[in-house]
Design a protein around this ligand. Structure first.
Ligand code: SAM
Ligand code: SF4
Length: 334
């Protein structure tokens, strides 16, 4: 599938729910999102239908996200159904990891091969402050479970925020002894205004990746570690997407940098997103949405295809620094 700017679109990111067992301060309000009604959320079989139609159009990779995808009932069956679909080459998930120890065996048996686990700090108190309700050891146990189950690659995604003063070197060092791919992601000021109950972090909180690479290199040098070097092709994790990867010489994993703001990677954009209530979003940064729930509910595959193609046709060339959207990340599916 090519969009009107010549990009191949073969990646579908699906939010399974807007609910979550955390309440990260930059992602949702303390009381949780004003949750979508049961009827508003796409049913599991509707998501299966959507993926089947999308695969027919050329979608090859699917990522399940949320909210927290693992709190969605039926998620294992969904993974099972879509991993076997003609055309779908890989199914991955973005999760806070808390439910992984309990679910990893079933997920693996269902065909899940890779996972991204979100973890913004290795300090237990700060972790509690950021997630409001989470415990660091639960997410760390999720990472252990994913590695022990042999998922590959296992990526750890940390959103970097200037006001948080995170210990970046501690994160980078996670890549030393285990095959973990740590990725630093620039904070995106999306749906997080103070008026909406968010932190109000703005553009000043974005730490451009170039600056972060220098910070980590300097900290590594001070700690007597060798400098980060660009990762050899063989060490880069599969599905490397828009990250730039580095490694400490001899390390088992890598350190990646994802720069949605400082380095527009819009020219490499390969995705469409679907919200939990069945709206196709051509671009994360735009509130333009196309309703696919109605045709899914009517069982009209031709109309589902038309909606996907309409959203494809509406993909902008880039986000033009428009970073505010009306929906928060938990609703869009980060
Ligand atoms: N609950 C799952 C998790 O946390 O991995 C999946 C959904 S969460 C919305 C997906 C990712 O979006 C997380 O890594 C989260 O840190 C990230 N995220 C949320 N708000 C963000 C923002 N404003 N800027 C950058 N990343 C954000
Ligand atoms: Fe939940 Fe993920 Fe949002 Fe945190 S970032 S509140 S874990 S959806």
């Amino acid at each position: 599938m090519k969009d009107s700017h010549g990009r191949t679109i073969d990646y579908l990111r699906i939010s399974l729910t807007d609910r979550c067992n955390f309440r990260c301060i930059y992602c949702m309000p303390e009381e949780g999102v004003c949750s979508m009604g049961h009827d508003e959320i796409l049913r599991i079989e509707e998501i299966e239908r959507l993926v089947r139609v999308a695969a027919g159009l050329g979608i090859r990779s699917v990522r399940l996200t949320g909210g927290e995808p693992l709190v969605r009932k039926g998620v294992v069956d969904l993974v099972d159904a879509i991993t076997g679909m003609p055309g779908i080459e890989n199914v991955s998930m973005t999760t806070n990891g808390v439910l992984l120890p309990a679910m990893i065996d079933d997920l693996k048996a269902a065909g899940l091969s890779r996972v991204n686990i979100s973890l913004d700090t290795l300090d237990a108190e700060q972790f509690r402050a950021v997630t409001r309700v989470g415990r660091l050891e639960d997410t760390l146990a999720g990472i252990d479970a994913a590695l022990a189950a042999g998922l590959s690659p296992v990526k750890v995604n940390a959103v970097t925020v200037r006001s948080l003063n995170q210990d970046f070197l501690a994160f980078a060092k996670l890549s030393l002894d285990r095959p973990l791919h740590v990725r630093f992601i620039e904070y995106m000021p999306v749906g997080n205004t103070e008026e909406a109950g968010g932190t109000g972090w703005g553009k000043a909180d974005v730490i451009p990746s170039e600056e972060l690479i220098d910070i980590i290199s300097e900290q590594a040098r001070a700690a007597g570690l060798p400098a980060l070097v660009p990762a050899a092709k063989a060490s880069k994790p599969v599905g490397w997407g828009p990250a730039r990867y580095f490694e400490f010489p001899g390390a088992q994993g890598t350190v990646g940098f994802i720069s949605p703001l400082s380095r527009h990677f819009c020219s490499e954009c390969n995705r469409l997103r679907v919200t939990a209530d069945g709206k196709v979003r051509p671009c994360l940064f735009s509130d333009d949405e196309y309703d696919v729930r109605t045709p899914l509910r009517e069982g009209d595959d031709g109309a589902v295809r038309d909606v996907l193609l309409a959203a494809l046709g509406a993909k902008p060339d880039e986000h033009h620094d428009k970073v505010g959207t009306e929906r928060g990340m938990s609703q869009i599916g980060g």
